[in-house]
Ligand binder design. Structure first.
Ligand code: NAP
Length: 308
């Protein structure tokens, strides 16, 4: 069993920020990642609202964050934490490779993609349905695809896809988009993005691979078949914390924290997209990580003073 004072679970922007702050404070910790460091930004094609970062490429930003960890001699522990329980005054983390014990937890596990809920949907994942335009967009070069959703992700990724594919059908269930005005303007200017607002997908067609979808308008009660070979789903996310095996206070399904990111469970912090907050962006994620790490530093100092 590996014993480390703090465990950060998830190496997205919030986890990486927490790691940098803990390192500077000289606090021993482990930073866990089960997949690719960088979190969602490693799968994002375009970033233009993170101050100081003018490059705009998500993968590049994820790589730069990783490089910054290396420069600060912070290693990532590549293990998937499957379960967290309470063991007296500590937390026991069961990973795929090892078991760990920590006094403080920083949960930075983010969110996972929501499913559409259509019949046969699972069958087409990786065979026409994708959650990642950046990863799979090139497979649909000069073909017709659809994007589902009306938030920042759907519009940003529609713009990205429009430079690869021949046509993007952007399908949104309401007339108004949820995305930022600037993005809406850009999307409307693109000739090969066709807007299907107030439309829902009703049916998926295809044998082995997706061959088309049936959409229905909620205004006209009309059905239409769109002969697409790719469907990119951007309908939001749900918080990912099923590894936590003890009761924890939530709000609207997300983990509730105080101003210092501490949850209803003492010494258990939630940072980034997994926690209840108004704005889920890189800028707020890195801020969460810094605040929580600083609070852990303060708690340790108080404890040290009490013990003297
Ligand atoms: P989101 O903002 O939650 O938008 C999800 C979209 O999917 C909404 O338009 C929603 O419609 C639609 N939707 C939800 N369930 C659906 C269903 N079952 N069928 C059809 N449509 C459905 O998700 P997101 O765009 O992925 O963004 C997530 C968070 O990350 C947001 O806070 C966003 O601002 C942030 N983000 C920021 C940036 C950026 O700043 N550049 C980029 C990407 C994401 P309704 O509108 O009708 O609810």
């Amino acid at each position: 069993m590996i014993d480390k004072e703090v465990s950060i679970i998830g190496a997205g922007p919030s986890g990486i920020s927490a790691a940098l702050y803990l390192k500077r404070a000289g606090i021993p910790f482990l930073l866990f990642e089960k997949n690719i460091p960088g979190g969602k930004i490693a799968f994002t094609s375009y970033i233009d609202n993170y101050p100081g970062y003018k490059n705009r490429d998500g993968v590049e930003l994820a790589l730069q964050m990783q490089e910054q960890l290396a420069e600060n001699e912070i290693e990532i522990t590549f293990d998937s934490i499957e379960n967290i329980t309470k063991e007296n005054e500590r937390f026991l983390l069961k990973g795929n490779k090892e078991t760990y014990l920590s006094k403080y937890i920083l949960l930075a596990t983010g969110t996972k993609e929501k499913r559409i809920g259509l019949q046969g949907e699972e069958r087409f994942y990786g065979k026409g349905i994708s959650y990642c335009a950046l990863c799979d967009g090139a497979l649909y070069k000069n073909k017709e695809v659809a994007v589902l959703g009306g938030g920042n992700s759907a519009l940003e990724e529609s713009l990205y896809l429009s430079s690869i594919v021949s046509k993007v059908y952007l399908i949104h269930r309401r007339e108004e988009f949820r995305a930022e005005e600037e993005l809406i303007k850009k999307v409307k200017q693109k000739e090969n993005i066709v807007l299907y607002t107030s439309y829902q997908i009703e049916k998926l067609y295809g044998t082995k691979f997706l061959e088309g979808i049936e959409v229905v308008s909620s205004l006209k009660e009309e059905k239409e078949f769109l002969p697409i070979s790719g469907l990119f789903v951007y309908i939001g996310f749900e918080p990912s914390f099923d590894i936590v095996s003890f009761p924890i206070e939530t709000e609207d399904g997300y983990i509730k924290t105080d101003e210092d990111m501490e949850t209803s469970v003492a010494r258990f912090f939630a940072i980034g997209d997994v926690r209840k907050k108004r704005l889920r962006q890189i800028v707020t994620a890195v801020s969460d990580g810094a605040i929580a790490a600083t609070k852990i530093g303060n708690l340790r100092n108080e404890e040290y003073k009490r013990e003297r």
